[in-house]
Structure formats: structure tokens, C-alpha cells
Design a binder for this molecule. Structure first.
Ligand code: PHE
Length: 467
């Protein structure tokens, strides 16, 4: 009886479109809008685009299909799901639950920064962000609005809390009426915004040069070692962008209807995710290019690109205030749907493991997120001296999950499917909504040989190069 109650409590997506948009909502995030464009600019424009697309339809497809199929076949949260596939691999479920629990807090801290920028632009104070200069408290150096903002304790905390609470609304309501409804509304808005802004930036004078830089392959200085680094960067970006190895796709898969086609759903999520990343590049690369007068190094600014360089770019554009507002609304929506998927993954685990209601589980997860997230907020303000293995607290959470735990989880998932339970386990699930599994051969080669090698590459590159 108790079990039955649990299963009906879990809920599920009511339609295939709802599932696709929710999963795409998870996939489309800060990675697409900020990280993809600057990686493309750094690794030879068209060369990176091509490598990325090839990986998306092979490697990305395989890993995403695997996770969704595991989720749907077992119908459980990550901890139960991995255990149900093979008892000997139960520890993977624990890892898949710990990863989102560690990412969610710092992701919400960054979400809070985005909300702050959105608030500034929507209230028409964008100019002040671009122009402001502050004097650092510890040295006499000049610092930007961004550095000044994250160096405080009060404001980043408030925006962080607001972001956590906004995330929790959909999760409190549930899968069909909360997550599905919100995704069905937000994802089309997001698409309209990104298409609108890219048309605008492409119409600016001088955009053509930037566009060429983004789309045409640039072989200048393209050595073999740079080629290898391009491959590793594309692999890593894809992996992060598709929300793989965070337990998310297993969880969302467990809410998917049995009669819907897995293969075509995965293809559509991929197309959505890659299209948004591509469009973000169409906005950022030409805009920064025009602003910097063709100096491509402005694009390599890393994290500062979004919070320091772009505001300057907006203020140099005609109607930049409006474009800036639209842009930060877009980023906030993208970040929100991603953090909803993280929170849902952790809540599903708490519900199942401790047999708690959705409401109670949400409360537990909110408290945990607030406590852990505060560590990251403090790392930039009161605790700037605290370093873990030489890293800021937020960077440490980011590095340990993205560069260590996630590739390990994905690698062992490939071993579990490729060599322990065998690909038949996934094929049977795919066949439920299909007449035939069109990519069967590709899938089996990828999961047994190519994906594990790619995962090992992602795992070792940060230690051997400067990616
Ligand atoms: N896929 C997201 C992106 O591209 C990353 C992400 C998703 C991070 C979900 C956390 C949670 O930005």
C-alpha cells in the first residue's frame, strides 16, 4: 500500500512535449549562453562548431539516451534507479544524488547574480553597471561593479535566497502541474527572446566580421595539440550542457510516459539545446567583436565575459538598455529551469529515501541549499582568504563536481550498461515506444568504446593542460 502511495505521489509528465521542454529547460542554461560562445571563439570558430555537432549527435545522444532510459525503466529516483539496474553499482546512485545536491547551492548563488543584473537592467540602470568603478577594500585597486557586488555579503545573499525560493515554486507544486507547466510557458519565451536579440545584434554595423569569426573555421595557429584540446573542450562542454551525469535525466526519465518515443525525444532535446547555444554565439561573438574593434581576445575573458564585458557592450549599442534587460531576463529564465531540474532530482531522492511528502522533502532541500550556498557567498565576501586546494569555495564545488565526480559517474555508467547489464537493457526500453531502434549500432559502439574514452579524456585534461 505504502509503495503504491509513493508511486502515485511521484507524479509524471502528462505529454511528450512537456517532457521534452522540461528536459530542454534543464539542458539550456548558463553553459549555453555564456560558456559555449566563448569556447567557440577560443577554439577556432567553425572548427569548434563542427566538432561540437558531431559529438552532440553521437556521444551526447548516447549518454542522454542511457540516463533517460534507466530512469524510465526503473521508475525511481537516482538512488533506487542505479540499485535496480545492478546492485553492485548501487554506489553510483549515491554519487548521482550527491552531485546535484552540491551543484544546486552554488548554481543558485550564480542565479542570484543574474537576478541582480536583471533587476538593474529592468529598472533602467544598466549604464551604471558598465560605467561604475569602485576602490577595492583590501588594496587600492579599481574594481568593477561585478567584483564590488559579489564582494558584499548582504545583496548577494538576498538575491541568492530569492533565486532558491523561485526555483522551489515549481518543485513544490509537482511534476505535471509545476515543472511541466512552467517549462511549457518559459521555454517558448526563452526562444523568442534569443531569436529576437540575435536578429538585433546581427543587424548592427560591423556584425559581419564577427559573424565570420564565429562561423568560419580558423586554422591559424591550429596545431595538433590545439586540435586535441578542442576535442576535449567540446566533449566537456557538451557533457555539461546536456545536463549529463547530474542524476537529472534519470529523474526526468522516470517521469516520462512509457508510450512516448525515447529516441526522437532525445534528438529533439539535443536540437533545442544546440540551437540555443548556437544562437547565443550569434549574439555574443559579433556584439563583442564590434565593441572591441575586432580584438578577439575580448571574447576570451572567461567568467567576466557575461558580468563585466557584456554590460559594456550593451552600453555601447543603440537601445542597449532594452537589449541588456532582454538578455538578462533570458539568462535568468535559462538558469531557473536548470536549477528546477537540480532541485527536483534531490527532492525525488529525499522523498523516496526517507518516505517524506513532496512538501516536506522540498523544505529539507531548501534548508540544505541555503546552508551550502552561503558557503559560496561567504567565499567571495567575508571569507576571501579561505581556499580549498587553492580554490575559491564556489570554484571548489564547481571543480569537484564537474571535473571529478561527473566524469567518474558517466564513465562507470558506460561500464555498467556496456559490460555489466549489456546494451539490451537500454534497447528493450527504447523499443517500448518504437518500431525499431534506429541508432542501435551507433549506440552500442559509443557506449562500449567511445564514451568511456571521452570520459577519461575529460577527467585527465584539466590536470595535463591549461583548458
Ligand atoms: N545544462 C546546463 C547548462 O548548459 C547546466 C546545468 C544544468 C547545470 C542543470 C546545473 C543544472 O548550463
Amino acid at each position: 500500500m505504502k509503495n503504491n502511495k509513493n508511486i502515485s505521489d511521484r507524479g509524471g509528465f502528462g505529454s511528450k512535449l512537456g517532457f521534452i521542454l522540461a528536459a530542454a529547460g534543464s539542458a539550456v542554461g548558463l553553459g549555453n549562453i555564456w560558456r559555449f560562445p566563448y569556447l567557440a571563439a577560443k577554439y577556432g570558430g567553425g572548427i569548434f562548431l563542427l566538432v561540437y555537432i558531431i559529438f552532440a549527435v553521437t556521444f551526447g545522444f548516447t549518454l542522454m539516451l542511457t540516463e533517460i532510459a534507466i530512469g524510465r525503466r526503473t521508475g525511481k529516483s537516482v538512488i533506487g534507479a542505479y540499485k535496480a539496474v545492478d546492485k553492485r553499482f548501487s554506489f553510483l546512485g549515491v554519487l548521482a544524488a550527491v552531485i546535484p545536491a552540491l551543484i544546486l547551492p552554488y548554481y543558485c548563488v550564480i542565479g542570484g547574480w543574474v537576478l541582480k543584473y536583471m533587476a538593474v537592467y529592468v529598472t533602467n540602470r544598466g549604464e551604471s553597471v558598465a560605467a561604475a568603478e569602485y576602490i577595492s577594500a583590501d588594496s587600492d585597486a579599481k574594481i568593477s561593479f561585478f567584483e564590488h557586488f559579489i564582494g558584499q555579503l548582504g545583496q548577494p545573499t538576498i538575491f541568492f535566497i530569492i533565486f532558491v525560493l523561485l526555483t522551489s515554486i515549481a518543485v513544490f507544486i509537482g511534476v505535471e502541474k509545476g515543472i511541466e507547466m512552467i517549462s511549457k510557458f518559459l521555454m517558448p519565451v526563452l526562444l523568442l527572446l534569443i531569436v529576437g536579440i540575435s536578429i538585433y545584434t546581427l543587424s548592427l554595423k560591423g556584425a559581419g566580421e564577427g559573424l565570420k569569426y564565429y562561423l568560419l573555421p580558423n586554422f591559424e595557429g591550429f596545431t595538433f595539440s590545439k586540435f586535441l584540446r578542442t576535442i576535449a573542450a567540446a566533449c566537456g562542454q557538451l557533457f555539461y550542457s546536456m545536463s549529463i551525469a547530474m542524476g537529472i535525466m534519470v529523474t526526468y526519465g522516470s517521469y516520462m510516459r512509457k508510450e512516448d518515443s525515447l529516441e526522437s525525444s532525445v534528438r529533439q532535446i539535443e536540437i533545442f539545446d544546440t540551437a540555443v547555444a548556437f544562437l547565443a554565439g550569434l549574439i555574443i561573438v559579433p556584439a563583442v567583436f564590434i565593441f572591441s574593434g575586432g580584438d578577439s581576445s575580448a571574447l576570451n575573458a572567461g567568467p567576466g565575459l557575461m558580468f563585466i564585458t557584456l554590460p559594456k557592450v550593451f552600453s555601447s549599442m543603440p537601445a542597449g538598455g532594452v537589449i541588456g534587460a532582454a538578455f538578462f531576463i533570458l539568462v535568468a529564465l535559462a538558469a531557473l529551469t536548470s536549477s528546477i531540474s537540480l532541485m527536483e532530482t534531490v527532492v525525488a531522492v529525499v522523498m523516496e529515501k526517507f518516505n517524506l511528502s513532496r512538501t516536506k522533502s522540498c523544505c529539507v532541500v531548501i534548508v540544505l541549499t541555503l546552508v551550502l550556498g552561503m558557503l559560496s557567498v561567504l567565499g567571495y565576501s567575508e571569507w576571501t582568504d579561505v581556499k580549498i586546494f587553492g580554490m575559491q569555495i564556489l570554484d571548489f564545488f564547481d571543480f569537484s563536481t564537474n571535473n571529478l565526480m561527473m566524469p567518474v559517474l558517466a564513465f562507470l555508467t558506460c561500464i555498467l550498461i556496456g559490460y555489466s547489464v549489456k546494451t539490451k537493457y537500454i534497447e528493450e526500453e527504447v523499443m517500448l515506444g518504437e518500431k525499431r531502434f534506429r541508432s542501435k549500432l551507433l549506440y552500442s559502439v559509443m557506449i562500449k568504446f567511445v564514451c568511456p574514452v571521452c570520459m577519461l579524456m575529460i577527467l585527465i585534461t584539466p590536470f595535463v593542460t591549461d583548458i
